[in-house]
Design a protein around this ligand. Sequence first.
Ligand code: HEM
Length: 192
Amino acid sequence: MIRWPRLLLWLLLAIPAALMITDLAGGALAMDLYHPSGEMAVRLMILALLPGPLVDAFGPNRFLRGWIAVRRNLGVAAFLYGLLHLFFYVLDMQMVSAMIGELAIPGIWTGWVALITMAAPAALSFDAALRRLGRRWKRWQRLVYPAFLVALVHWLLLDWAWLPAFIHLAPVMLAWALRFTMRRRKIQRSVA
Ligand code: HEM
C-alpha cells in the first residue's frame, strides 16, 4: 500500500536534486553543483540528527513524534545527496586516475570517509535490518555523528571558511546541550 505522506516527503526531498540535474542538462558545470549537493547532504544530516536529543529534552510531543517518524528517510536522503555530490565530482574529474591522484588531499579523503561512514547507517535503515539487528541497530545508526563531523571537516578543509561549517554545527550542539541540561535537571529533581 502506498503511504501518501511518505511519498510526498520523498517528492519534496527530490526537488533540489531535480533542479541540480536540470541545471546540469542546461549547461551548468558539474563543479558549480558541488556547493548545492554538498550543503543539501549536510543539512539533511542535521535534520536527521536533531529530533533525538530534542525528544529527550522536551518529551515526545506530536510534532517531534512526527519528525522522529521520518528521521530515517532524512538520513537516507542525506546519503543520496552525498552520492549525487560524488556523481558531480566524477563528472568534473572525468578520469579515475585523476580522482585517485587527489585521494591524498585531506579535503578530498575526508569527503570519502564521510560518505563511506554514512553508507552503513543508510544501508541498514530499513525495517528488515532493524528487525535483524535488534539492539545493535542503534549502534550502527550512531555512525551518522562521526560522518557529520567528518563532513564538516571536509567542508572546512576545502573552503577554509569557518562560519558556514560552524553555523551548520551549531543547531546539533545546541540540541545536545539542551538534552544534557534537561537530563541533569530531571536527575536533580528526582534526588531532591
Ligand atoms: C565521495 C567523497 C567526496 C568527494 C570526492 C567530495 C569532493 C568535494 C569537492 C571537490 C568539493 C568542492 C571544493 C571547492 O572547490 O570548493 C566539495 C565541497 C563540499 N562537499 Fe564534498 N566530497 C565528498 C563527499 C562529501 C559528503 C559525503 C558531504 C556531506 C555529507 C560533502 C559535503 C561538501 C560540502 C558541504 C562542500 C562545500 C560546498 C561549498 O560550499 O562550496 N562532501 N566536495
